[in-house]
Design a protein around this ligand. Structure first.
Ligand code: SF4
Length: 503
């Protein structure tokens, strides 16, 4: 029986290089890599050796016959990817073609190791650290603004996705590596400058992600009760900088249907008893236990085939115990899209309950998630706080909590260039424009797209660029020693972890 890749696939392609028959696609050398929701095993050629399962950091790969419940669908999902590909030997161009082979990686010959500071300890920074520590003799200084390392892996992944969180185990050993130093609670631009880092290191890599949220630009957006998705996610993940969130009983409205929006909808409607054994913050669990009847309304600008969630996130909502998934049947385009689906996402909703909802009445008791396609919020109304969300098609949705989940945006770093339009630091293959010795990786390099594993190939490209610069003499030794960092540079003591009162 062949293997299949399932819901927790992180797409970092650790499995690809261990497969003896090259049946996991797309590989990092193929054009489709980074644009598919996950990787897939070709059941026609898999020899069931299990090597990929051992290599997967997210515990996502299993023999098809061992899949149970909703995971059984992944046998067909894996096979479907290869169903679109012409048989071997077909000369027609398709997305499965190999790209140019990678040139050999340059390695600096200097006996003195490079000293590299990496700012940010989320997946992008840690894939860069892993590459440097495993393949060069570089010394690495990890710097993080927060008092605990982990970034997005620690504070962004939903607590009921333990397999995805397991990717952090892959990085744990690099924090204890003999050539690593970790400096926490230090913010560049507040506690240290970019020049401070360069004075002690040959190179500095920024892996700071997208630190803020996109706005909708609608009236009432700043009313109490209107919050970005990042705040709610930080609340249930015990982020040290995020205070408590007022979660009302009844209806919550979310603008956006990306995976973060679906994560929030799932966490807010899952039976709290099922969350008790996860890493959810106790403060969030206590509130969820208090009010269990909840209706989450997700507003999607586009239709069922174009919504931005991944198929695996949608399938998870469909199998949520005790939660009704409803599609609001308010627009004839929805029925048409589900009757003749043009992709797997629309097809997956074919069996969902279509309902014409009377929004003026109080939400029904129980827990349910409503997908309302072709709807955009136009205004939030209320005096002291949000009381209602008005939409462009004239609907008024009563709620006391509105969550905007329409994407993230990078923020500038003092002393570095910044592209206001795209929200990234301008760079070429990871090298920051006009700033020798300075590099970027992850969302601050390429914008807020791609999941955790996408950062592995992104980091590899940046490290290749850095090593090319090292071999061509562009990274001279820094004037100050590594051992004097950070002591000599600290203007003040590291920031202690904030304590959050628990209910
Ligand atoms: Fe490749 Fe073996 Fe995994 Fe099949 S089980 S995908 S042959 S590594």
């Amino acid at each position: 029986m062949p293997y299949a890749i399932t819901q927790s696939c992180c797409s970092d392609a650790s499995c690809v290089s261990v497969c003896p028959v090259n049946c996991i696609h797309p590989t990092p050398q193929e054009r489709a890599f980074g644009s598919t929701e996950m990787l897939y095993v070709d059941p026609r050629t898999c020899i069931s050796c299990g090597a990929c399962s051992d290599a997967c950091p997210a515990d996502a790969i299993h023999p098809i016959e061992t899949l149970t419940g909703p995971l059984q669908q992944y046998a067909a999902i894996n096979a479907a990817y290869f169903g679109e590909i012409p048989p071997p030997g077909d000369p027609a161009p398709n997305f499965h073609l190999w790209d140019q082979p990678e040139p050999p990686r340059p390695l600096p010959s200097t006996p003195i190791p490079l000293r590299v500071a990496i700012v940010g300890t989320g997946p992008a920074g840690m894939y860069a650290a892993e590459d440097l520590l495993l393949h060069t003799n570089a010394e690495v200084t990890l710097v993080d603004r927060l008092p605990s390392p982990g970034g997005l892996l620690r504070y962004g992944v939903a607590p009921d996705h333990p397999a995805t969180r397991k990717v952090a185990d892959r990085f744990a050993r690099f924090h204890d590596h003999p050539r690593t130093r970790t400096v926490l609670g230090i913010e560049i631009g507040r506690d240290l400058t970019h020049e401070d880092l360069l004075a002690h290191h040959n190179a500095v890599i920024y892996a700071v992600g997208s630190a803020t949220d996109r706005r909708l630009g609608i009236p009432g957006e700043d009313l109490p009760g209107s919050i970005p998705a990042r705040r709610l996610v930080g609340w249930y993940n015990d982020h040290p900088e995020i205070d408590t969130v007022h979660l009302p009983a009844g209806r919550v409205v979310i603008a956006g249907t990306g995976n973060v929006a679906l994560d929030i909808a799932r966490i807010l409607t899952t039976d709290p008893a099922a969350l008790r054994n996860t890493e959810i913050a106790q403060r969030a669990l206590s509130v969820l236990e208090k009010h269990q009847d909840r209706e989450i309304v997700l507003l999607a600008r586009r239709g069922p085939a174009e919504a931005s969630y991944s198929l695996s996130e949608l399938l998870e909502l469909q199998h949520l115990a005790g939660v009704d998934l409803v599609v609001d049947d308010h627009d004839p385009r929805i029925r048409a899209a589900l009757a003749e689906p043009t992709n797997a996402k629309a097809a997956a909703l074919r069996d969902a309950a279509l309902e014409t909802i009377d929004w003026a009445s109080t939400p029904k008791p129980g827990r349910r998630i409503v997908l309302r396609f072709y709807t955009t919020p136009s205004e939030l109304t209320g005096h002291d706080r949000v009381r209602s969300v008005r939409t462009t098609d004239g609907l008024d949705l009563n709620t006391e909590l509105f969550i905007r989940s329409v994407g993230y945006r990078g923020t500038p770093i003092p002393g570095l260039p910044f592209d206001e339009e795209s929200g990234v630091i301008p760079n070429h293959s990871g090298r920051v424009t006009d700033r020798p010795g300075t590099y970027v990786v992850g969302w601050i390099k390429r914008g807020p797209t791609g999941g955790i594993g996408t950062n592995r190939t992104c980091a590899k490209q940046t490290i290749n660029t850095l090593l090319t610069d090292a071999t061509t003499g562009l990274l001279p030794p820094p004037p100050r020693s590594r051992s004097s960092f950070p002591r000599a540079s600290f203007p003040r003591a590291p920031v202690p972890r904030r304590s959050i009162p628990r209910p």
